[in-house]
Design a protein around this ligand. Structure first.
Ligand SMILES: *[C@@H]1O[C@H](CO)[C@@H](O)[C@H](O)[C@H]1NC(C)=O
Length: 500
């Protein structure tokens, strides 16, 4: 590229120099020039060259016309060819009067018999190799330097307050920012450069969780709390995938964890991958149920809000402002957060898949068994799930939702009784069950978590128990849909006179 530019420039200079100037005189060695005193006149260039012809060193001097100076900048006539060595083109009078040196090694070729000594041989082989290595090194260095400079420039652009003043007025809170954006258009979140600016001005406070991907921190941004999920560098794909899912158009919903920003910070030695989201001080539903029992009202609010979130996730909205259907694939009480108003927000969308309805395909090749073994639907455990069919993944989510409902319902305080918190299948499998252990219980023995008889005496618990059973069918297609669960629970909440 650079070469081309230089040769083009040379051609332009040549053209400018010689368009209107007088003729150029050169020394000439050809027979025709004997009449003119061994010189010739040209509008192009003078050329000198030395070559061996039959073992004799010969100096050749000729004129080259402008028309022959092709291609511009690197005319064929001025390049070395077989048998001709040391070609020199020049553009001043008699400039080709010089005697070019013949490269050593060829000189007196007869006496040396054409065989090279060991030293020359080594030089000929090692020389270019060494040069090649040197070039490679320089190239690599230049590339890295360029990348650094580029990153640096990007960072500067990002942090330049002039380009984000629109969004980043000092007195605006995150809620304002996100509200503006979700009502004004894209619906998928903050623009990327604002995400970076936000992420890079967060001050981490304390670690609040650890997972297979990395850590979760509480951070402060402009006086508000945010949650920061920090992925280890080798989890870059998970980071990217989760950020991608969260930025699905129109995903925002009060019962889905509010996404704020994704950022990859390169601190020189490693890349820090951040996902920034709303912070909910109650933590996960798992933590919450371990700590507190819930009232009937509390149970219905948690269950209904979780169903609303899942229904929104599953639902495909058509149109330009639409959203694809999304299946979660790792629904469990640890992946659902409890908000201040005691409703749920579904989180951890890293394993989710999206449905592309135009082609009826799934946006990534889903691997067979991801997610948490304890919450895996029977068809996932025995690998009979039809992975080409998007609805299969929704049905597997519903099975997991049923298990979460069981965890909530056990903690419901009805008539002064409630049970201690337990994970589903706590009485049937060991603490960290293998797929095989789960499969035996769920597929072979067809067991499900126990629904106590006394639940029948309380309307809310009776309805919850019925929903659970209908979420747990072995046949995925027979299970309720999230929308159906949501409607049933809405009715129940009206019946129980609960404001949600
Ligand atoms: C080239 O031409 C100039 C002018 O005619 C002359 O003085 C000079 O000796 C020539 N050089 C050679 C090497 O013939």
């Amino acid at each position: 590229m650079a070469n081309l530019r230089i040769s083009l420039a040379a051609a332009v200079i040549q053209a400018v120099l010689f368009t209107d100037s007088e003729a150029l005189w050169c020394n000439c060695t050809t027979a025709q020039c004997e009449k003119t005193g061994s010189q010739c006149e040209t509008d192009g260039a003078c050329m000198a060259s030395t070559s061996f012809i039959e073992g004799q060193e010969q100096h050749i001097r000729i004129c080259i016309t402008r028309d022959d100076l092709v291609p511009p900048g690197q005319p064929f006539y001025c390049r070395s060819a077989e048998g001709l060595l040391n070609i020199h083109c020049c553009y001043t009078n008699y400039c080709n009067s010089i005697d070019l040196k013949v490269p050593s090694g060829r000189e007196g070729g007869d006496s040396s018999g054409g065989t090279w000594g060991l030293v020359e041989l080594v030089a000929v082989i090692a020389g270019p190799l060494f040069l090649l290595c040197l070039l490679l090194l320089v190239g690599m260095f230049l590339y890295q330097y360029h990348q650094r400079a580029y990153n640096h420039r990007q960072r500067l652009e990002v942090e330049d307050p002039s380009c984000d003043h629109l969004y980043m007025a000092k007195d605006r809170t995150l809620q304002d920012l996100i509200y503006d954006l979700s009502t004004s258009g894209s619906g998928s979140g903050l623009p990327l450069f604002v995400q970076r600016t936000v992420a890079r001005t967060i001050v981490l406070q304390e670690i609040i969780g650890k997972g297979r991907f990395g850590e979760v921190w509480r951070g402060r941004w402009r006086g508000g709390d945010v949650a920061v999920k920090i992925f280890s560098s080798r989890e870059e794909r998970s980071w990217f995938r989760e950020a991608e899912i969260y930025q699905t158009i129109m995903l925002r919903h009060e019962n889905i964890l509010g996404f704020i920003a994704a950022d990859n910070k390169d601190n020189g030695t490693w890349t820090q991958l951040w996902l920034v989201s709303d912070f909910h001080e109650h933590g996960s539903l798992f933590d919450y149920l371990n700590r507190y029992s819930v009232t009937t009202e509390g149970m219905i609010k948690l269950a209904l809000s979780a169903a609303s979130g899942l229904a929104h996730l599953h639902m495909e909205i058509l149109g330009t402002q639409g959203k694809p259907g999304i299946a979660h694939r790792d629904l469990k009480s640890k992946n659902i957060l409890v908000k201040k108003n005691c409703t749920c927000a579904i989180a951890d969308l890293g394993l989710a898949v999206r449905h592309e309805s135009a082609t009826d395909t799934i946006d990534i090749a889903p691997n067979q068994r991801v997610g948490t073994k304890r919450y895996m639907a029977p068809e996932v455990l025995d690998e009979t799930i039809n992975m080409r069919h998007f609805d299969s993944f929704k049905c597997a989510d519903i099975y997991a939702l049923g298990l979460v409902y069981w965890e909530i319902a056990r903690r419901c305080n009805s008539g002064g009784i409630h049970e201690e918190y337990q994970l589903p299948y706590y009485d049937l499998v060991p603490p960290d069950p293998s797929i095989e252990e789960m499969r035996k219980v769920v597929c072979d023995q067809k067991l499900r978590p126990n629904i106590p008889n006394w639940w029948q005496s309380y309307e809310a618990l009776r309805v919850m128990g019925k929903i659970m059973r209908e979420c747990w069918y072995a046949n995925g297609a027979a299970r309720l849909t999230a929308l159906r669960v949501k409607k049933t629970l809405s009715q129940l909440s009206i019946q129980e006179d609960i404001k949600v």
